[in-house]
Design a protein around this ligand. Structure first.
Ligand SMILES: NC(=O)c1ccc[n+]([C@@H]2O[C@H](COP(=O)([O-])OP(=O)(O)OC[C@H]3O[C@@H](n4cnc5c(N)ncnc54)[C@H](O)[C@@H]3O)[C@@H](O)[C@H]2O)c1
Ligand SMILES: [Zn+2]
Length: 365
């Protein structure tokens, strides 16, 4: 089993990564909980696959559980209504301040459960058991929780760290290829931010990660979690222009997700892949990134079979308006994560919106 440590101001916790951790690796969880119970939150796709096995393994490990909470699957669930239902169900089953909420599922389950845990009784213990590649390499680590609103993605939420992250690579065996690719976009993001040799590795081994070669998956997950842990330790609350780098591809990507209406045509990771390409192409247009680097990224995305364009019409003014609604923006204008090359991302403030509009007009064609 691999272990990555995350040091934050709130707490220090372990990410355990292994094949079969959910069945055989629950010691750490039972140590952490002592006699306290857990309430498992999952979605209706993950429940039939993993809930029963997990509850049985918990029983064997001596961990007591209360009735699980199952929410509808998909991005559309990241809203006030579902958040409220998770909170009232949790309170309804009589949990106390030490009962842990466990998120068993993808980033949607993780983001809602973490948010609920942060506000129930002003904060109860929270554990992440991510079952999508995206959640294993990104959303389960670092403590950002939240929901979407009509105005945009993740505009309501909290910083709330989990006490433990358990990553079982076996759960990836049931993950649809499209979801694997969505997760791969976030792995690629770490390489593009500050790790050019990881990009070389992905050019060589990325197809193995996507095809389910367990050792390669474990390595890519460990490397991604370590990158995220380093960035989060350096700038937990996104105050120093370090954590914001994790938003590479996300300002473009989130705008596309909002335009798509979270209806499943464009997954978060797909939007991130398109967004990374746009960030690199825009950086080339700005004269700050060598064209070869952007071409290298495009050809890797194509080879990996990633979605390259939004599967719906995009109006440039609408897209710019959505990008202007991003959390990173200040009174001085748009903030974008741009790149001087592969592995050389940086935060660019006060970007001229007219240049973004012209670039997008060219992209949409
Ligand atoms: N908090 C953060 O730091 C952070 C970081 C990145 C992304 N996110 C958020 O994460 C969300 C995306 O997460 P996601 O891609 O995991 O989406 P998701 O939670 O919707 O999961 C994708 C789909 O896979 C299903 N699924 C989950 N595990 C499965 C398995 N093992 N086998 C078969 N099916 C399975 C789910 O039911 C769902 O239908 C977005 O809302 C995004 O904003 C948050
Ligand atoms: Zn993301």
């Amino acid at each position: 089993m691999d272990i990555v440590k995350v040091n934050t101001q709130q707490l220090t916790y372990d990410i355990l990564i292994g094949d079969g951790v959910l069945e055989f690796g629950l010691e750490k969880l039972s140590d952490l909980l002592g006699k306290n119970k857990i309430c498992c939150v999952t979605d209706e796709n993950v429940a039939p696959l993993y809930l029963e096995g997990f509850l049985t393994a918990l029983k064997k490990a001596g961990v007591e559980t209360v009735a699980p909470i199952i929410i509808p699957a998909g991005e559309k669930s990241k809203n006030f209504e579902i958040l409220q239902s998770v909170i009232s169900k949790s309170l309804g089953i009589g949990l106390n301040r030490k009962t842990a909420l466990v998120a068993l599922g993808g980033g949607v389950v993780g983001d809602i459960t973490g948010f609920a845990a942060s506000v129930i009784m002003r904060g109860i213990p929270f554990i992440q058991i991510p079952t999508t590649l995206l959640a294993q390499v990104d959303s389960s680590v670092g403590g950002k929780t939240g929901i979407n609103t009509a105005q945009g993605k993740n505009l309501v939420g909290s910083f709330y760290q989990p006490s433990l992250v358990l990553i079982d690579t076996q759960t990836l065996k049931t993950l649809p290829v499209r979801e694997m690719k969505a997760g791969y976009a976030e792995i690629l993001k770490y390489a593009l931010i500050n790790d050019p040799s990881f990009f070389d590795w992905l050019e060589d081994k990325g197809s193995g990660v996507l095809e389910g070669v367990v050792d390669l998956q474990k390595l890519a997950i460990r490397k991604s979690c370590q990158s995220k842990a380093d960035i989060v330790a350096a700038d937990e609350r996104e105050e120093k222009d370090i954590r914001a780098l994790l938003n590479l591809g996300h300002t473009f990507g989130h705008a596309l997700e909002v335009i798509g209406g979270y209806d499943g045509r464009l997954l978060h990771g797909e939007a991130v892949a398109i967004g990374c390409k746009l960030a690199f192409d825009f950086s080339v247009d700005m004269g700050i990134c060598p064209k070869e680097d952007a071409l290298r990224l495009t050809s890797h995305l194509e080879k990996a079979g990633m979605m390259m364009r939004a599967p719906f019409d995009v109006d440039v003014d609408d897209m710019v308006k959505r990008m202007q609604g991003d959390k990173k923006n200040t009174e001085d204008g748009m903030t974008l994560i741009l790149a001087r090359g592969i592995g050389r991302a940086f935060v660019q403030k006060s970007v001229d919106v007219a240049l973004v509009r012209t670039f997008l007009q060219k992209w949409i064609g």
